[in-house]
Design a protein around this ligand. Sequence first.
Ligand code: PLP
Length: 457
Amino acid sequence: IKTPQQDFDTAAIRQLDSAHFLHPFTDHGSLAEKGARVMVRGEGIYLWDSEGHKILDGMSGLWCVNVGYGRTSISQAVYRQMETLPFYNSFFNTTNVPAVTLAAQLAQLAPAPFKHVFFTSSGSEANDTNVRLVRRYWDLLGHPERHTIIGRVNGYHGSTMAGASLGGMAGMHAQGGLPIPGIVHIGQPNYAEAPKGMTEAEFGIVAAGWLEQKILELGPDKVAAFIGEPVQGAGGVIIPPPTYWPEIQRICDKYDVLLIADEVITGFGRLGTWFGSELMQIQPDLITFAKGVTSGYVPLGGVLVGSRVAHVLIEKGGEFNHGFTYSGHPVACAAALENLRIIQDEQLVNAVAVDTGPYLKQKFASLSDHPLVGHADSLGFVAGLNLVRKKAEHLHDCVPFDQALHVGMICRGYMFANGIIMRAVGDRMIVAPPLVMTQAQVDEMVDRIRQSLDDTL
Ligand code: PLP
């Protein structure tokens, strides 16, 4: 594989970037100092930048390039659709073939009883849709007071006003008047924060119990829904204790609270099941999806609407005054259909479940012996480790860094020098590689991570 031909000057692109491009989640002061890295090409699990560096992409772009880079069959499907019908809206009693076909296929892949899909262009828009859907549902049932939605501290549900409000990121809430009214939060099921001596199983029940406490504090007749990611991703790959989600389901059922699983990261095979809800043994009423549905080749997101909500919306609702120009965009849906075909034909979900996922677990856990690592763990194809100043046998006895993110950033710098992309979040370093990664490539990734940790020492 050759480095691509370049018809631009990297320094000039950096200058234009700095002058004109406001990047998401970026401190432009420090970006201007160093200049942005210019990515030019991808193939399989590797990326190339404009200076010729070959980099192993441990983050699948941003948790999305599940089938890897360079899939010409997706670009061909997109091209064909663009030639035939590049766009038409799905308002005003019209539809299009790729959107219908995809909706039917998603309904088949999703755990029962999902039959309906509402399309958006992103995970954030899909979660905004959820806010409107659950409130509309309770309005239609004659309970307009039932509007409060409960999310979790350190959860991430997007960057729109409603998405960022559902999320529990302190840094986001500190800017722009968030959260919007009617959204509250409970603590996250992070075993690293459990009281010393408590088992993981016990902590799972305790953390789920915070939901019951919050419902009782608000009054069950005020609570519309609970939203959570099966595994918190952007919060640092927080893998919940196995007891957590079944107990959340029990509490939602007990108080008749709708359950929303945000599967923007965990959907489409990342945990070794088509949806994380299957692995966590829950039956949500609504599932948010995006990212892996097209492997990020074209923006697409949406909400899988379970029969409980769909029935009320369709039978009693009349017009639902909500939608986007690009809901059911034919090109995005064509990309998704080809992407799903690849995932199915190459049996990538099964590979993560029984082959490469367990292998990653074993190899990643071996990093726990490193002096900078408190604990390293993974589930399917998401993995995270805690950086600690002084390690101890038990995670709860490790001494944390005063400025863990600063250390993480230094480590991330060495990662790039060693040809691997890993993300730093608080005291955690995380990966979510493309599902096509082989065992040999897992070895390569873990070797590069270990080298970067050594360099950070
Ligand atoms: N929900 C989850 C769980 C996510 O991880 C993300 C993005 O990372 C979103 C929602 C927002 O998706 P988007 O960036 O496509 O708006």
